[in-house]
Design a protein around this ligand. Structure first.
Ligand code: ATP
Ligand code: MG
Length: 335
C-alpha cells in the first residue's frame, strides 16, 4: 500500500532541509508519495493566510505530515502556527528522542538514548484563567490536568516502550507541591503502570530529574510528564546530546501525526546551504516508526550515525565543510 505524506516545506531553512530529507527518503525506495501543502510565511504570500484550509484538509486526509519550521509573523491572528496545528488535530503527545551521536559537540560522548513524552494539550499551557490586577501587581494563571489527558499520555509512553523494546519509564512530577494537578497525573500514571508489569516504572520529582539528567543521563530510558515540565526537560535533553541541529520531534494524536525538527527557521543561515538537515531526517525516522516500518527507521538512523562517524560531508555546525545537500547525499549513499 502506498502511503501519502503531507509535506510542508516551511520558511527560512525549511525548504533546504526538506529537499535534503526527501532526497534521503527517496533513496530508501519506500514507495512514499508526497503531497505538498503550504503553511507559514510562504502560505501567507501565496494564499493570504498562514494556515490554509487546504493544508488542514491534506493532513486530515493523509493522517501524516512531515513539516519544516514555520515563521509566524507577529500580529497575524495566531500566536503560533505550530500551536494552532496541535490544537486543531488534538496532537496530545509530543515525543522527543535524545540520543548521543558521534562527532557532535555533546558533553556526553555516548550513553544517552532517551525519549521524552510530553503531554501537549493541558497543564499550565491551556491559556485559561490568566489575569493580572489593574495595578499590575498580581498575576494568576490556571493549570488543568484531567484523568483522560493523563491516562492517554501515560498509556502512549508505555505503549511506545512496549513497541520499541524499551525497559523503563520515569514518571516526572511535582506532586509534593502541586498536590492537585501533579497529584492527579501521578495517581493516574500509577494506575496505568500497573497494567504494564513487564516495564519498570519509577517516579521522580522534576527538580531532581533535572539534576539527574545532567549528572547521570544514562539512567533514563523513557520520561513521561506534563506539559510545562516536558517542555523544559525535552530542551534540556536536546542540549545534553549536542543541541538543536540533531533534535527531532513528533506531535501525535489519535487521527494525525506531524513530524518535524525541533529547531526554528534559522533566518541567519537561510538560503546558503549551511543548515544541518539531520534533525528533520531523524524526524522522518520517527515517521517511519510511526508508519509501522521500524526496520527502515533503524536503517535510516544507522546511516546517519555512520555518516557522522566518518565525518563525511558534514555541515559547518558540526565542524564540517559540506553543505545541506552534500550531507544528505552522504547519508543516502550509506542506505
Ligand atoms: P525561529 O524564530 O524560527 O525560532 P531562530 O533564529 O530562533 O528562528 P532557531 O532555529 O531557534 O532559529 O536557531 C537558533 C540558532 O541555531 C540560529 O543561530 C541558527 O542558525 C542555529 N540553527 C538552528 N537550526 C539549525 C540547523 N538545522 N543547522 C544549523 N544551525 C541551526
Ligand atoms: Mg528559536
Amino acid at each position: 500500500m502506498t502511503q501519502t505524506i503531507t509535506v510542508i516545506r516551511g520558511d527560512g531553512i525549511g525548504p533546504e532541509i526538506m529537499d535534503a530529507t526527501l532526497h534521503v527518503l527517496d533513496s530508501m525506495q519506500l514507495g512514499l508519495r508526497y503531497e505538498d501543502a503550504d503553511a507559514g510565511l510562504m502560505a501567507l504570500e501565496k494564499h493570504g493566510e498562514l494556515l490554509p484550509a487546504t493544508t488542514l484538509e491534506s493532513i486530515r486526509r493523509n493522517g501524516i505530515a512531515l513539516k519544516s519550521p514555520l515563521t509566524t509573523p507577529v500580529g497575524e491572528g495566531f500566536s503560533s502556527i505550530n500551536v494552532a496545528l496541535r490544537r486543531h488535530f488534538d496532537l496530545y503527545a509530543n515525543v522527543r528522542p535524545a540520543k548521543s551521536f558521534p562527532n557532535t559537540k555533546s558533553r556526553f560522548p555516548d550513553g544517552i538514548d532517551l525519549i521524552t513524552v510530553r503531554e501537549n494539550t493541558e497543564g499550565a499551557y491551556i491559556g485559561e484563567g490568566q489575569s493580572i490586577t489593574e495595578d499590575g501587581e498580581t498575576a494568576t494563571l490556571m493549570q488543568k490536568v484531567t484523568r483522560k489527558g493523563s491516562e492517554r499520555i501515560v498509556r502512549y509512553a508505555f505503549d511506545l516502550a512496549r513497541r520499541t523494546g524499551r525497559k523503563k519509564i520515569t514518571v516526572v512530577h511535582k506532586a509534593n507541591i502541586l498536590k492537585t494537578t501533579s497529584g492527579l497525573f501521578l495517581k493516574v500514571a500509577r494506575e496505568v503502570a500497573a497494567q504494564y508489569p513487564e516495564i519498570e516504572c519509577n517516579e521522580m520529582i522534576v527538580d531532581n530529574t533535572c539534576m539527574q539528567l545532567v549528572m547521570r543521563p544514562e539512567q533514563f530510558d523513557v520520561i513521561v510528564t506534563t506539559n510545562l515540565f516536558g517542555d523544559i526537560i525535552s530542551d534540556l535533553c536536546a542540549g545534553l546530546v549536542g543541541g538543536l541541529g540533531l533534535a527531532p520531534g513528533a506531535n501525535i494524536g489519535a487521527d494525525a501525526a506531524i513530524f518535524e525538527a525541533v529547531h526554528g527557521t534559522a533566518p541567519d543561515i537561510a538560503g546558503q546551504g549551511l543548515a544541518n538537515p539531520c534533525a528533520l531526517i531523524l524526524g522522518a525516522g520517527q515517521m517511519l516508526d510511526h508508519l509501522g516500518k521500524p526496520d527502515e527507521a533503524a536503517r535510516l538512523r544507522k546511516a546517519v550515525v555512520a555518516t557522522l562517524e566518518a565525518k563525511d560531508s558534514l555541515t559547518p555546525d558540526l565542524g564540517g565543510s559540506g553543505n545541506t545537500m552534500s550531507f544528505a547525499k552522504a547519508i543516502a549513499g550509506r542506505l
